[in-house]
Each structure stands twice: as structure tokens, then as C-alpha cells.
Design a protein around this ligand. Structure first.
Ligand code: GNR
Ligand code: NI
Length: 169
């Protein structure tokens, strides 16, 4: 297994709309294993293929405290959304910044698992936030897109400043 490189804002590849997976083969299985390895190594709760510069509709997540509930969704589609919630989000492609985002409280998602079987699952609360955040990545959308221009500019400047400090340390 391999820990993949996570690309960071403003890498233009974060803006690509990912392509559907058409072949469920050993290479896909290996890629999903590498995405889990990468997510766990980075202490993330989710990861979209877009973030490792692979423009394919693949996401992984694990919101459990014990880090033992891996979930991989291929070609996910939202069937239903209900309610709303505000959650403080971060993103591995935006290190060091966090902001409140409003999203649906529950989402019902149709997807394929890594074997190509169709699955329909419902998510609620923080896991629903994570799934929506990852599905956005597959559309080229990122969490700061939901913020006001002022707030977005402030946070991106903060991220840039931290980056420069880290580089000169
Ligand atoms: O690790 C992550 N934490 C997180 C916290 C709140 C809301 C969403 C997330 S997802 C993020 C990992 C990531 O960047 N996934 O795309
Ligand atoms: Ni993210």
C-alpha cells in the first residue's frame, strides 16, 4: 500500500469534475486501499480521489473514533436530502483553516461499492457532513466556496501566512 500525495489549494486540479468509474478491477481495489492508507496517515475523516489528483468518482470516509469503520463509495449520487446542520469543517487540501458550513442533516446516497455492487445508504449528522464534503470535491467544489468573500479571503490569507512561516522555520 502507498500513502499518496494530497494536493493543496490553489492547485487547479481541485477544480476538476471527476469522471465516473467504469471498470471495477484489481487496480481500483488497490487505489481504494491506497486512499484509506492516505486518509489514515493524514488523520482525515474522509478523502476524495480529486485530492490525490485522480479525477475519478471515488471517495473514502471513516468517522469512527476507533478508525475501524472504513467506507468507500464509487460514483455516489444523492437521492434525497433532509434538514440542515452547521458543522465546523476543515479540509486536508486547506491545512490549518476551519469554518462553519451549513449542509443537509441527512443524505440518502446511491453508489457502488468496490466490487461494483449497487448500494443505497443513509447518513446523518457528522458522517452526512463528511459525505457531502467529499462529494463536493468530486464536482470540483471545496468548503470555502460556501463562505462569504470576506471570510474566504481572510481564511485563505491565514493559510498562506502559516505556509510561509512553516517554510521559513
Ligand atoms: O479530515 C477532514 N475533516 C473534516 C472535518 C469536518 C468536515 C469535513 C471534514 S473532511 C476532512 C478531510 C478532507 O479534506 N476530505 O475531503
Ligand atoms: Ni476536503
Amino acid at each position: 500500500m502507498t500513502v499518496l500525495h494530497i494536493i493543496e489549494f490553489p492547485d487547479p486540479r481541485l477544480r476538476l469534475r471527476a469522471e465516473p468509474v467504469r471498470v471495477f478491477d484489481a487496480a481500483l481495489r488497490q487505489f481504494v486501499a491506497d486512499m484509506f492508507e492516505t486518509m489514515y496517515a493524514a488523520n482525515g475523516v474522509g478523502l476524495a480521489a480529486t485530492q490525490v489528483a485522480v479525477s475519478q468518482r471515488v471517495l473514502v470516509a471513516d468517522m469512527s473514533d476507533a478508525r475501524n469503520q472504513p467506507l468507500a463509495l464509487i460514483n455516489p449520487q444523492i437521492l434525497e436530502k433532509t434538514g440542515s446542520q452547521v458543522y465546523q469543517e476543515g479540509c486536508l487540501s486547506f491545512p490549518g483553516i476551519f469554518a462553519d458550513v451549513t449542509r443537509a442533516m441527512t443524505v440518502k446516497v446511491k453508489a457502488h461499492d468496490v466490487d461494483g455492487e449497487e448500494v443505497v445508504m443513509e447518513f446523518e449528522g457528522p458522517l452526512a457532513v463528511c459525505i457531502q464534503h467529499e462529494m463536493d470535491h468530486l464536482e470540483g467544489k471545496v468548503f470555502v466556496d460556501y463562505l462569504s468573500p470576506l471570510k474566504r479571503t481572510m481564511l485563505l490569507k491565514r493559510m498562506e501566512k502559516q505556509r510561509k512561516q512553516a517554510a521559513s522555520a
